[in-house]
Design a protein around this ligand. Sequence first.
Ligand SMILES: N[C@@H](CCC(=O)N[C@@H](CS)C(=O)NCC(=O)O)C(=O)O
Length: 214
Amino acid sequence: MTQLQIVGRRSSHFTRLTRLFAEELGIAYEIVPIFDMTERAPQIYADNPALKLPILRAGEEVVFGTENICRALADRAGAADEIVWPERLRGTLSRNAQELVWHCMTAQVQIVFGTVVSKLPSDNVYFEKARQGFEGALAWLDAHVAEALEALPANRRLSLFEASLFCMIDHLHFRKTVPVEQYASLQSFVRAFGERPSAQRTPYQFDVPPASGR
Ligand SMILES: N[C@@H](CCC(=O)N[C@@H](CS)C(=O)NCC(=O)O)C(=O)O
């Protein structure tokens, strides 16, 4: 079988979600780091024209988008039916919960890429509103996570909801954009999910370029 490459960053929550899926599904992969997110050549992003990461490379085939990558990995493992994908979520609360996790992940990218990487003023309304919406979404998730977890099928192998929620909350300990410690239900979920070997094998860390590199 072709050696799979996940082109991304060990410090990225979207990349971690794909790595976590690969680990859970027992799929071997190599991580190919993108050291500098300000690069603008599509080749750096495995030819993703959107200049976003992660990307899954399997020989000549490239897969764009975190959810697509998770699905491609599950297909390879023959385990797609064992995963609770968003379309299997029943009820508005569960669907809203997934939406807010995606929202938080995107807000985190907006704040980190805007204020940390691009050094734009963090008191601009663009970032202040992002932080306010982020905090509102976290408070909502904290209040509803128990119900959202309860609604998942008991016999699941993994759900995209839990995996994405874990990667998102744990990233807030690594890249401290908005406080997260006060959300007791979210913290206890992260502690429990963090026991999984897949979580322990994919800790956040900054990729260090080789000394002779860029
Ligand atoms: N829709 C994309 C979003 C991925 C994303 O935002 N990735 C971040 C890194 S965590 C990124 O590419 N940041 C660089 C940028 O926004 O220019 C996906 O699902 O993979």
